[in-house]
Design a protein around this ligand. Structure first.
Ligand code: MSK
Length: 657
């Protein structure tokens, strides 16, 4: 590999081996396949077959007369709708899984968090008094399913947003009616010859995105918690070093917790463990990639083998018996990579097959039986393993900071609140908050943008919450442990030490960005930081985005009042007008804005300037790190011996590198 591809030593090691073996990966294919310069900037319209019309040279209109602004807005709206559809279809599947569980028809499933079920039922206006949890769960599931197909009115969860925010949406006419309706309407409006006003198209794009953030994704998160438990902090580890040389390695990858949770459950079955031993293995080792990994990581402590760009690399270690995938972010290339090793790629979703993969379809009614079959298939493959090269690199992590736990940790069971966090922001101890989320993209150096942004933000006293592959990057590079407080600014360091939390809080998977909306709402409702999400000194950042889902998250965060910054490049770079509409234009309408900035240092500059502007608007104490620099810092006993352990670094058998 000629240029730097990654800052992750485990990934670099495997990529070097891939080069020796002549194997291709997303990294090498990104080198070989230059992006189409017209499509990259959004300057191509292919919604009908009079074109595709390319806006190059003197072309200022498509064959139908569509302006560049119209086609750019249409392209962006369609991407947002596709991203929202993916998250929301996941949420719908979760609602059906809850329905089957409530009716006793889902094998191996149960209602794990009754408290959360009651809370969700109350939000939905469902009576819980004197009813069994199954009856309540059935009604909750049916109400959730209704929200997907609802045609009129407002989505149930809209009322969870701050009152002022709800009014902004009503005034603009962008309150989502039903999840599916908004997605379908986006596709209708953006086909040939319908909505041909960029601003009008983009307004509906916000409505569609809100249907995801305050609908599909939020339901996915809540139902996941009801079925599998609301996350609370736990210790585990991340990176390719979590694979084991003497055990059957099974990597779950994709997004759905239903399949992966059932596999976790089945892997504890003594008969299955015995079966693994009968094949010469010491046991079964589960690990995860992408957001399925985040789901079982934060609820079951299953270690994470890597983020999106690690999926091929995990197979290239030669140590993975099966990679079990469901939906989203799964590369078709896995089958080709696996053909050079013994790994079986097992597809499981009725919605997703990959040519050449083994398909074992998952259904909740036979969940445990199917999970056992998948595990046995992997175990049978163990004797076929040849040479394994597992990088000896992993990092310890503390994960699982759900909104509920954040509430609890700031006041205990009887005084749960966000008061201490709000007070710390008001006093300037914490300058502001940032969500660092999203993907990897081989067009950027893996993890570099994410880690630059995280390190600079916490050093500037900005508390970070992280989800998805951004959270995985933070964990792999040693930034999800309380001890990393040493890298934080003086005020944030004090708060982290007082509460015993890391300055970077892992909040889950892509759909769990909805947890961040809930946190922001509670901060707004708690008092002292204005009365709407747009008043809070906070930003959303996605340094290495690649997926349409990320654009949908950006749009619902903006529509909820956040300033959102994306790295890598802009999909609407070809239209200064659309670029203006989603930044200044959206800011005037909803108080949030979306900007694209390639340089991570500039992202931080802009984020800090925004946070400080919001502090001034709230008349808060001016941020002054010197005020807190004198406070005494507690250092762990072995800090002097090996300080790197307490700042950053990757664990290896030889120590920290
Ligand atoms: S998996 S959408 S690469 S975060 Fe959710 Fe990671 Fe982005 Fe997929």
């Amino acid at each position: 590999m000629p240029d730097k591809k990654t800052i992750d030593p485990a990934a670099a090691e495997v990529l070097e081996r891939a080069q020796q073996l002549g194997l291709s990966s997303a990294f090498s294919r990104a080198d070989a396949t230059k992006p189409c310069p017209i499509g990259q900037e959004g300057n191509c319209c292919s919604v009908c077959f009079m074109g595709p019309c390319r806006f190059v040279g003197k072309t200022t209109a498509g064959i139908c007369g569509a302006s560049k602004e119209t086609i750019q807005a249409r392209n962006l709206a369609r991407k947002i709708a596709a991203g929202g559809a993916a998250h929301s279809d996941h949420g719908r599947d979760m609602a059906f899984a809850l329905l089957l569980t409530a009716r006793g028809e889902a094998q191996g499933f149960e209602i794990k968090d009754e408290k959360k079920l009651e809370k969700v039922a109350r939000l939905m206006g469902i009576d819980t008094a004197g009813r069994t949890k199954e009856k309540v769960a059935e009604e909750v599931a049916l109400r959730a399913i209704r929200d997907f197909g609802q045609q009129e009115g407002e989505l149930t969860y809209i009322k969870r947003a701050p009152k002022k925010r709800q009014e902004i949406w009503r005034k603009l006419g962008i309150v989502p009616r039903g999840v599916d309706r908004e997605v379908v309407e986006t596709l209708h409006r953006t086909g040939m010859g319908t909505d041909q006003d960029a601003e009008h198209i983009l307004d509906h794009a916000m409505r569609t995105a809100l249907a995801d953030g305050w609908g599909g994704s939020m339901l996915a998160t809540d139902i996941g918690d009801i079925l599998f438990g609301t996350p609370a902090p736990a210790v585990t580890s991340m990176n390719l070093g979590v694979l084991k040389e003497d055990e059957v390695n099974i990597v779950v990858h994709g997004h759905h917790p239903t399949l992966s949770e059932t596999i976790v459950q089945a892997s504890k079955d003594p008969a299955i463990i015995e079966y693994a031993k009968s094949k010469g293995a010491k046991g079964i080792n589960l690990a995860g990639i992408c957001c399925t990994a985040n789901e079982v990581l934060m609820r079951q402590g299953v270690p994470l083998a890597g983020n999106m760009l690690h999926q091929e690399l995990a197979i290239m270690t030669g140590a993975v018996e099966a990679m079990v995938v469901d939906v989203q972010c799964v590369m078709e290339a896995l089958v080709e990579v696996a053909s050079h090793f013994h790994t079986k790629v097992i597809t499981t979703s009725p919605k997703a097959k990959i040519t050449g993969a083994t398909h074992i379809e998952f259904e909740e009614t036979r969940g445990l039986d199917i999970a056992r079959l998948i595990l046995r298939t992997a175990i049978d493959n163990y004797p076929n393993r040849k040479e394994a090269h597992i990088p000896d690199v992993s990092s310890p992590v503390v994960i699982g900071f759900s909104h509920e736990y954040l509430n609890y940790m700031q006041g205990g069971r009887f005084r749960e609140s966000f008061r201490p966090l709000n007070d710390a922001v008001i006093a300037g101890r914490i300058r502001g908050a940032a969500a660092v989320v999203g993907c990897n993209n081989p067009r950027a150096v893996q993890d570099e943008g994410i880690m630059t942004v995280i390190k600079e933000l916490i050093a500037n006293d900005v508390v970070v919450v992280a989800t998805g592959c951004g959270a995985a990057a933070a964990g792999k590079h040693g930034y999800l442990t309380p001890e990393v407080f040493q890298a934080a600014g003086p005020g944030l360091k004090e708060v982290c030490q007082a509460i015993g939390v890391p300055p970077v809080l892992h909040m889950g998977s892509c759909v769990d960005n909805s947890r961040i909306l809930t946190v922001l709402t509670q901060m707004a409702n708690e008092g002292g930081l204005g009365d709407d999400i747009s008043d809070i000194p906070a930003v959303g950042i996605c340094p290495e985005w690649m997926n349409e889902k990320a654009l949908c998250i950006a749009a619902y965060a903006v529509a909820s009042g956040c300033y959102v910054l994306f790295g890598v490049g802009s999909p609407v770079a070809g239209s200064p007008e659309v670029t203006r509409l989603i930044s200044e234009g959206w800011e005037k309408k909803v108080g949030g804005k979306l900007e694209f900035e390639v340089d991570p240092h500039k992202i931080v500059e802009k984020a800090l300037a925004h946070i400080d502007k919001k502090r001034v608007a709230l008349k808060l104490a001016e941020y002054d790190p010197k005020k807190f620099a004198q406070s005494e810092t507690y250092l762990p006993a072995d800090y002097a011996k090996d300080p790197k352990v307490y700042t950053e670094g990757h664990r290896t058998k030889a120590g920290v590198v």
